[in-house]
Ligand binder design. Structure first.
Ligand code: ATP
Ligand code: MG
Length: 561
C-alpha cells in the first residue's frame, strides 16, 4: 500500500478529551475517529489491525472444531422475554419497535438466539457436541462509554456457544475454549492472565476471564506468583496478615468525638488490625451486622452470597436499631444476626461500645458475642494466598475475553432439549465464550508503546514493513524503494511505502507513531555505499544492510517473531 493512496490522518496534537493512552494513540496515528459517545469509525489502518486479530481468532476457533455462523443483530423481543432478560436488563439494552409495532431489541449478546437455533436443529445426543461462533456487532447502551475502543456502545465480539449432552461434555468444551483463548492472546502478543471470575447469579457455574494487565484496565486481579492462583478481586480469596494477640481485659474506654477506626486508632495508639469495624446492613431478612478487621474493607459481593441482597443502613436506622450512632457501634450486646470475617474469629479486639463516645477494648469473639464466620473482606496487597500462603499481588487489568459455563440457564426456559441414548428428553448443557477484538487491539497498545507512538506486536500490526524513501525527489532513492516494495509484496509481505513528498522528519515521526514493527529507511548517503537502514521500531536500533540482502533480512525478522 502507498501512503499517498491510503487515508492515514495523523495528528501532531493530543485530542482534547481522549483519556486512555491507546485511545490517544489510535486517534493520533489515524486508526480511528469518534463519531459520538461510544461510536467509532475504523479507518484503514484500524480495520487492518482488527482483521488480523479476527484471522487469529478464526484459526484457533476452527482448530477446536467450532463452526462459524452469523446471527442477526436485530432480535424479536419474545425470545428475551422467555428467558426473562427482557425484564432483568435495564437501560443497557437498545429497544425499538418495528413498523408493525412489535417489540424488538439490538443484540447485546446471543445466548437467546443460539438456544432458539438449538431447539430446532439439535434433536438427539448424536448431534452433540456442537460449538457455534460468530464475529458480530453487539450493541449495548453502556453507562460510561470511555477510553476509546475499550468500551464502546457498538463493538465487535467473537462470541461462541457450546452445546453438550452432560457436564463432562461441557468441561471439555470449556477447556477447549480456554486453550484456544490462550493461543489467541499469546499470538496477538498480549501479556495476559486467565483468572477466576464471578459467574454471577448462577450458583455452581464456573467462569474465567482473560485479563491483560494495564493501568488503563477497569478490573483488579489478585495474583499469587508462587502457586499461580489468579482471580478477579470480585471474588478473590486471601488470608490477611496475622497480628499478635494482645492480652487486654475487657474495659470501656472514653473516646470523645472519635468515630472512625483511623481516629480511634490514633487516639488510643492501637494499630487498625486490632479493631473490629461494624457495619449495619439491611437485608431482605432484616438487619445484619457485618464485621471486618479495622484494616479491611467489606466485600459486598462475598456478603451478598451469604445474606442476599442488602444495602447500608441509613444513619437514622443505625440509631433506631442499635441505639447509638454509627461511630460507636460494636458487636457486643445485640440480638441481631452478625456475620464476621473469618480472621476475626480468634484474637482480642477494640470496637465500639454501643455507647456514645465510648469504645470497648478487650473484646473476645466467641465469648463476648457470637457470629457466623465467613470470608467477607476485600483481598489486598500484604494478604497471603489462601492456597499456598505466599504474598499476593494486585494488578489493574483489561478484560479481553471470558469463558462461562451456563449449564441449563437458557436451554430450560427456551426448551432446548435433546433425546439421550435411552430416548429420554434432557436439557442441552451450554457454555458461552466472548472476545472483544477491539479491546485486544487497545490492550496491545496499552502494553506496548513509547512516547513516540505505538509499538505493535508483529502478528497484529497493520503492515509487516514500512519503507521510508527519505527524498522522493531523488531518482535513485525512488528506484530502490519501488524495487524493494515490489519484491517484498511479491513475497506475500504486507508493505506500506511512505511515498509522500514530505520531509524526512515528518516521515520518521509518522512511522514511529503508526508503530509498524520494522522500517526500511532509504537515504541518499547510505545508498552511495549500496546500503539501506533497517530500523526496529521497539528498540530503535538501526543496522545498515546491503540492498541485495534486504529482502532476506526482513523475512528473517518477520519469521523470527
Ligand atoms: P465488561 O465487564 O468489561 O463490561 P462484559 O462482562 O460485559 O465486559 P461480555 O459481555 O462477557 O463482557 O463480553 C465479552 C467480551 O466482549 C469482553 O471480554 C470484552 O472483550 C468485549 N466487550 C464487552 N463489552 C464491550 C464494550 N462495551 N466495548 C468493547 N468491547 C467489549
Ligand atoms: Mg459489560
Amino acid at each position: 500500500m502507498r501512503f499517498s493512496k491510503i487515508l492515514i490522518p495523523t495528528l501532531r496534537e493530543t485530542p482534547a478529551d481522549a483519556e486512555a493512552i491507546s485511545n490517544i494513540l489510535m486517534l493520533r496515528a489515524g486508526y480511528v475517529r469518534q463519531l459520538a459517545a461510544g461510536l467509532y469509525i475504523y479507518l484503514p489502518l484500524g480495520l487492518r489491525v482488527i482483521e488480523r486479530i479476527n484471522k487469529i481468532i478464526r484459526q484457533e476457533m476452527n482448530a477446536i472444531g467450532a463452526q462459524e455462523v452469523t446471527l442477526p443483530v436485530l432480535h424479536p423481543a419474545e425470545l428475551w422475554q422467555e428467558t426473562g432478560r427482557w425484564y432483568e436488563i435495564g437501560e443497557e439494552m437498545f429497544r425499538l419497535k418495528d413498523r408493525g409495532d412489535r417489540d424488538m431489541c439490538l443484540g447485546m449478546t446471543h445466548e437467546e438466539v443460539v438456544a432458539w437455533l438449538a431447539v430446532r436443529e439439535i434433536r438427539s445426543y448424536r448431534e452433540l457436541p456442537q460449538i457455534w461462533y460468530q464475529i458480530q456487532t453487539k450493541l449495548r447502551d453502556e453507562a460510561r462509554p470511555k477510553s476509546g475502543v475499550l468500551r464502546t456502545r457498538e463493538f465487535l465480539m467473537k462470541d461462541s456457544y457450546s452445546f453438550d449432552a452432560d457436564e463432562d461434555g461441557l468441561d471439555k468444551s470449556y477447556n477447549l475454549h480456554a486453550g484456544a483463548y490462550r493461543n489467541i492472546f499469546s499470538q496477538c502478543g498480549l501479556k495476559f492472565y486467565m483468572v477466576e471470575s464471578d459467574p454471577g447469579m448462577m450458583g455452581g457455574a464456573m467462569a474465567h476471564e482473560f485479563m491483560a494487565p494495564s493501568p488503563a484496565g477497569e478490573d483488579e486481579i489478585v495474583l499469587c506468583d508462587q502457586c499461580g492462583y489468579a482471580a478477579n478481586i470480585e471474588l478473590a480469596r486471601s488470608v490477611p496478615k496475622e497480628v499478635e494477640t494482645r492480652n487486654w481485659n475487657f474495659e470501656e474506654v472514653s473516646t470523645p468525638e472519635k468515630r472512625t477506626v483511623q481516629e480511634v486508632s490514633k487516639f488510643l495508639q492501637i494499630e487498625p488490625p486490632y479493631f473490629i469495624k461494624s457495619i449495619l446492613l439491611i437485608s431482605d431478612q432484616g438487619p445484619v451486622l457485618a464485621l471486618v478487621r479495622g484494616d479491611q474493607e467489606l466485600h459486598e459481593k462475598k456478603l451478598n452470597k451469604i445474606i442476599g441482597k442488602h444495602r447500608q443502613a441509613h444513619r437514622e436506622e443505625v440509631v433506631e436499631i442499635l441505639g447509638v450512632e454509627a461511630g460507636f457501634i460494636g458487636p457486643t450486646g445485640h440480638r441481631l444476626k452478625i456475620v464476621g470475617d473469618l480472621c476475626l474469629k480468634e484474637g482480642v479486639y477494640v470496637s465500639g461500645a454501643n455507647k456514645p463516645h465510648y469504645h470497648a477494648k478487650g473484646i473476645r469473639p466467641g465469648k463476648d458475642f457470637s457470629a457466623e464466620w465467613h470470608e467477607i473482606h476485600i483481598a489486598k496487597v500484604g494478604d497471603s494466598c489462601y492456597k499456598c500462603g505466599a504474598p499476593l499481588r494486585i494488578e489493574q487489568a483489561i478484560e479481553v475475553g471470558n469463558i462461562f459455563k451456563l449449564g441449563t440457564k437458557y436451554s430450560i426456559p427456551l426448551r432446548a432439549f435433546y433425546l439421550d441414548k435411552n430416548g429420554q428428553e434432557r436439557p442441552i448443557i451450554m457454555g458461552s465464550y466472548g472476545i472483544g477484538p477491539a479491546r485486544v487491539a487497545a490492550a496491545a497498545i496499552e502494553q506496548s508503546h513509547d512516547r513516540d507512538g505505538i509499538i505493535w506486536p508483529r502478528s497484529i500490526a497493520p503492515f509487516d514493513i514500512e519503507i521510508l524513501p527519505l527524498n522522493m525527489k531523488d531518482k535513485e532513492t525512488v528506484k530502490v524503494a519501488e524495487k524493494l516494495y515490489s519484491d517484498l509484496a511479491g513475497d506475500g509481505i504486507e508493505v506500506l511505502i511512505d511515498d509522500r513528498d514530505e520531509r524526512a522528519g515528518v516521515k520518521f515521526k509518522d512511522a514511529d507513531l503508526i508503530g509498524i514493527p520494522t522500517h526500511i529507511i532509504i537515504g541518499e548517503k547510505n545508498l552511495k555505499d549500496g546500503n539501506v537502514e533497517i530500523k526496529d521500531r521497539k528498540t530503535k536500533e538501526t543496522v545498515k544492510v546491503p540492498i541485495q540482502n534486504v529482502v532476506n533480512t526482513v523475512k528473517q525478522r518477520i519469521q523470527g517473531h
